[in-house]
Design a binder for this molecule. Structure first.
Ligand code: 5GP
Ligand code: ZN
Length: 140
């Protein structure tokens, strides 16, 4: 279902041009207009869904089906030995376009694309408590 104020729905409908690399009944992939690395590509479901936690599993599965081949093709096109798959969900996570999308970001050694990974250790008891909460939430 198209959402009229959604830029990605407009791309799907052909109302906004894009550099398309893949299209099937369920999904579309095209070059990101503001790449953070050469070849940066977006994969989107043709059905409008805001974010992954609102996505019916069958739509997600249909979209993700092309991801292995697409990611390989994108990386190979720019001779990248590596890539990130990124999916921002919610503005605090950096999501700007509220139509579910997967970034395929080709990577080179020491390219400086992501410079922060602020890892830390849980204090005693915290990991146990978190596990329990997540397990409870999965029952809902
Ligand atoms: P987000 O921050 O929501 O995860 O990422 C949205 C991405 O969509 C950004 O990387 C941005 O450059 C890209 N984008 C936004 N508008 C357009 C557009 O009209 N065409 C294309 N090809 N990419 C877009
Ligand atoms: Zn949309």
């Amino acid at each position: 279902m198209m959402q009229t104020d959604c830029i990605f729905c407009k791309i799907i409908a052909g109302q906004i041009p894009c550099y398309k690399v893949l299209e099937n009944d369920y999904a579309l992939a095209f070059l990101d207009i503001g790449p953070i690395s050469t070849g940066h590509t977006l994969l989107i479901p043709k059905t409008h869904v805001d974010r992954i936690d609102q996505c019916p599993p069958d739509i997600l599965a249909q979209t993700a089906q092309v991801l292995p081949q697409l990611a390989h093709a994108v990386a190979a096109a720019v001779n990248a030995p590596a890539f990130n798959i990124l999916c921002n969900n919610g503005s605090a996570a950096g999501q700007v376009v509220r139509h579910l999308h997967f970034h395929i970001i080709p990577r080179q050694e020491k390219d400086g694309v992501f410079t922060q990974w602020p890892a830390f250790k849980y204090p005693e008891g915290k990991a146990d408590m978190l596990c329990q909460k997540i397990i409870e939430n999965l029952k809902k």
